[in-house]
Design a protein around this ligand. Structure first.
Ligand SMILES: [Fe+2]
Length: 280
């Protein structure tokens, strides 16, 4: 899995793929393979649903997926295929509708590890200040931990290591699972999250392992090699592997004329340029 070797200090990480360029889908798929994400300048009308549909078609992502949490009756108001992420004083969603920062997480709180493979964020408008999306190459950090402290890494693989609980008011739901999993072909997938939804089972795995593992991951998530801050401009999209990266957000400030607005779509498929599964 090439992403384990990625270095987010590489200037190439900030480069945009021009969607109008020849072989744009190939370039996007290559970037995802190398570092888990791709930045795309759509060069279109700036219409979110058009851009998201065009990208999903070019990358063979299939239909957008509604996460298990939003299939739940008490949270069905969030079950649209495309989710608007913008500040809204009337709304109760703790992530979508506030200007606060967001800690590391993967999308799909109730979905099992690996189910939601792709997240696409399309930027209608950037914030007046802040609002950068943060990316953490958590599988690469896990691979480093596995080399230096295998017992700590083992604790993260425990099927009861991490319980995530919904924080939407009035919604009582949670899901327990491992923090990382090794796929039969050796690939690593993640649901590493470190925010207010987390309940850690510190007794899981070798004694003291989970404490050490968390300490290691928290330090690694500050290292420029594993962490990248991305500021999307209007009409740009960020496509990333939700099963291979953790992500978060910097807090932001809006002005009446510059209100940050992103539109998100989730998919259970990984992007391919040809419709056939690509190499790792
Ligand atoms: Fe998210």
């Amino acid at each position: 899995m090439r992403q384990l070797l990625a270095d987010f200090r590489d200037a190439q990480c900030a480069q945009r793929v021009d969607f109008a360029a020849e072989e744009a889908p190939d370039r996007i798929v290559r970037a995802l393979r190398e570092r888990g994400f791709a930045l795309v300048a759509m060069g279109g009308s700036g219409e979110a649903d058009v851009a998201l549909k065009t990208l999903a078609t070019a990358l063979h992502l299939g239909d957008p997926y509604v996460p298990a949490l939003y299939q739940n009756a008490s949270a069905r108001e969030y079950s649209a295929s495309y989710s608007d992420i913008r500040s809204d004083a009337e709304d109760r969603h703790p992530g979508f509708s506030t200007t606060a920062g967001q800690g590391w997480h993967v999308d799909g709180l109730l979905d099992a590890i690996g189910v939601i493979k792709t997240t696409v964020l399309f930027c209608v408008r950037a914030a007046h200040r802040g609002g950068e999306t943060l990316l953490f190459n958590s599988p690469a950090a896990f691979a480093a931990l596995r080399r230096t402290d295998p017992a700590a890494a083992k604790a993260l693989l425990s099927p009861v290591a991490l319980r995530r609980r919904a924080t939407i008011p009035g919604v009582d739901a949670s899901a327990t699972g491992p923090v990382f999993r090794t796929e039969p072909n050796g690939d690593l997938i993640t649901r590493y999250t470190d925010n207010e939804t987390c309940e850690w089972a510190f007794s899981a795995g070798p004694p003291g392992g989970l404490h050490r593992a968390l300490e290691f991951l928290r330090a690694a998530s500050e290292e420029p090699r594993y962490r990248l801050s991305v500021r999307l401009a209007a009409d740009e999209a960020l496509v990333f592997r939700n099963d291979r990266l953790s992500h978060g957000r910097q807090p932001y400030e809006d002005t009446p004329d510059t209100r940050r607005h992103l539109v998100r779509a989730l998919y259970t498929k990984a992007p391919t340029a040809t419709g056939l599964p690509g190499p790792r």
